[in-house]
Design a protein around this ligand. Structure first.
Ligand code: ZN
Ligand code: ZN
Length: 377
């Protein structure tokens, strides 16, 4: 039994586009295979989340799902791009009829001569934050069906021609009685093509397509965000018998970075400094994504949580000349494993300390005492 798609994403049936997207992103981050290496259960969940989102974000598919549930996507109708296989039993033809038309694929799939649009392909690409910063041209290899060069996609041996299907007289459809209904269904002899091949091409065995790996170069623009989908029109599977090719979708994810967390165009880096550096002041360098170093000056008496902004050291904004900022957040590391001598020095330091050295702490405990007094009055 397949899980309800809304349940999979943890959203209400009334969720709008934004809610769907946000729920998807949260779950996708959590179950991403990179974060759960070797965990088959997470991987399965990750796939389900992806499929649920793929369906629900498309208003047409969502409407179909709301009406017919998973049955809406069983067998045919939407092509391999939907990523939802399965067997719908005896009803598949009915659903194919309804949804084939509804999804705008019906006429196209069964047009004269059996032209069929190729399936959409999905390619998952993972890039580093540095690559997202600089942009890049990626070479990818995509296994895909391409038009057979021997028969130029007809499926018939060169010199021969496909013949009109005798079962359906070329219409690709046959009528059949099913209970009280008369149902028009895809011709079983020619699978709706309207033609049969008596002398199949030896290279593609009559399919008109062969599987090959293609090399494509994909332009990844600087500033691209995690979760972006790039559509390469016509780069999907070749169509059947001269039909139009499907599209190739690149699903892009940006790997988590060791030092930098991203929020839109801004980057955040949490830097632990020693207690003495925080108290006395100091300097340190951070390597920024533009390949340079930036020096950060820590003033005397820096508190934990203090943030320094390095202007223009964040991520570029997609298709713009704007650049975000880098925020350096201070963490203060309390010294551990003290030697006897260090302990003596700190004790001496404490004895010499005044209220002015720790105004926050002094003030807090004074107010806490007052509060206690009001309670016990
Ligand atoms: Zn061929
Ligand atoms: Zn036929």
């Amino acid at each position: 039994m397949k899980r309800d798609l809304y349940e999979t994403l943890g959203v209400a049936k009334t969720a709008d586009e934004k809610e769907l997207k946000s729920a998807f992103r949260k779950l996708a981050m959590k179950y991403h295979p990179d974060k759960n290496p070797g965990d088959a259960e997470s991987e399965k969940t990750f796939k389900e989340i992806n499929q649920a989102y793929e369906t629900l974000k498309d208003p047409q598919k969502r409407a179909a799902y709301d009406r017919y549930g998973h049955a809406a996507f069983e067998q045919g109708g939407m092509g391999a791009g939907a990523g939802m296989g399965g067997n719908a039993g005896g009803f598949s033809d009915i659903f194919e009829d309804i949804f084939g038309e509804m999804m705008g694929g019906g006429r196209q799939r069964r047009s004269a001569g059996g032209r069929e649009r190729g399936a959409d392909l999905r390619y998952n690409m993972e890039i580093s934050l540095e690559e997202a910063y600089a942009g890049k041209t990626a070479q990818i290899r995509v296994p895909t069906s391409i038009t057979c060069d021997v028969c130029t996609g007809t499926g018939a041996k060169p010199g021969t021609k496909p013949t009109t299907c005798a079962t359906c007289q070329g219409s690709g459809r046959v009528r059949a009685a099913q209970g009280f209904f008369s149902i028009e269904r895809t011709c079983p002899t020619c699978q709706g093509r309207g033609q049969t091949i008596t002398d199949p091409c030896t290279k593609c065995h009559g399919h008109g397509r062969i599987t090959e790996e293609r090399s494509l170069s994909v332009n990844i623009p600087a500033g691209i965000e995690d979760g972006t989908r790039i559509r390469l029109s016509g780069e999907g599977e070749a169509g059947v018998r001269g039909g139009p090719a499907g599209d190739l979708y690149i699903f892009l994810s940006v790997k988590p970075h060791e030092f930098y967390q991203r929020d839109g165009a801004d980057l955040y880096c949490s830097v632990p400094i020693s207690m003495t550096t925080a108290a006395l002041g100091g300097k340190f360098d951070v390597a920024t994504l533009d390949g340079t170093k930036s020096r950060v000056t820590v003033p005397e008496g820096t508190q934990a949580g203090k943030q320094f902004r390095l202007k223009g050291k964040g991520m570029p904004v997609l298709r713009s000349s704007q650049v975000g900022d880098l925020y350096i957040q201070m963490q203060i590391e309390t010294p551990q494993k003290l030697t006897k001598r260090q302990r003596e020095l700190l004790k001496e330091f404490e004895d010499l300390s005044s209220k002015e050295n720790n105004p926050e702490s002094t003030g807090f405990f004074a107010r806490m005492k007052d509060f206690f007094d009001t309670l016990s009055d």
